[in-house]
Write a new protein. Sequence first.
Length: 334
Amino acid sequence: MTESVHPVPCTCTVCICTRNRVTYLGDTINGVLDQDLSGGRFDILVVDNGSTDGTSAMVASRFGCDTRVPVRCIREETPGLSRARNRAIAETTSDIIAFLDDDAIPEQGWLTSLAEAFADADEVDVVGGAVIPVFENGFPDAIPDRVKTIFSPQVDAPERCLVSFPRYPYGANIAFRRSAFSRFGAFREDLGYRGNSLMPAEETEFMLRMEKNGGKILFEPKAVVKHLIPASRTTREYLRKRYYMMGRGHHEMEKTRRHDVEPWGGREILAAFTRAVQKYMSAAKAIRSLRRLADQEAFDKELEAWVAKGRAVSLFLEARDHFRARLFPCTGTK
């Protein structure tokens, strides 16, 4: 793919979904205000997802007027990142909708790089960029290095390229053509962070669903954001919860990948229940054993067990849903 050297005639809305992160949000908005979009127009939409820390008031007081591009803030009271993102889609009319985390700071050229990538490839529905984690208090020595991968996309590409499952961009730095949502639907609102739930994968499940139906995803390494990682997100307790919910999310992606080819008869339901219980018991036993140890290697294995436990729970729930659907056919399954 060749890179554009011409102005990009498009409209873009940068959507920042936020909940009780007023300490970080102002820097993120300023980072977007510092962007340029040669030949195009952009604005900023903040979706305050039921914050109680004065987020909407801060946006109104600091960015309510006299900004170089419009900054708008709306309230979405129902908690959930997917809910907030779907609300953002409904509230905008731009050609491109770029989602940015409320603690991510875009580097110069970020927005232009995203827009140029779309302009150079008409067949592309999604463009994601690089995410560089910045650990607030440094990365703890007691935590395995591979944990860093959950904070940045696992796409190691020096140049713009098409990507496919499972090497997708991350939701902290990702943009969509508006037409993608009319073609492939919305974000699943049972996925994505919601309140204290760390259920991930809403944008990953959307991209997988999209790719299965002919959609194209591009990675643009020049579109860079720095993502602040608070110390609270590198504690062992947080990571246990995060990896457990990662397991839950991974299973949901597997459901999307196979749902149209895998039969669910009575035998399959019984086998899934049995497999789920066995995997859950095995993971729980490993967690109990490994939590007694303090070394990094043991914690690494414990995190793998938390993923397995999450997968087992989601498999059990999927089997339960299919069992209910056989008893009560009108209810269906997800």
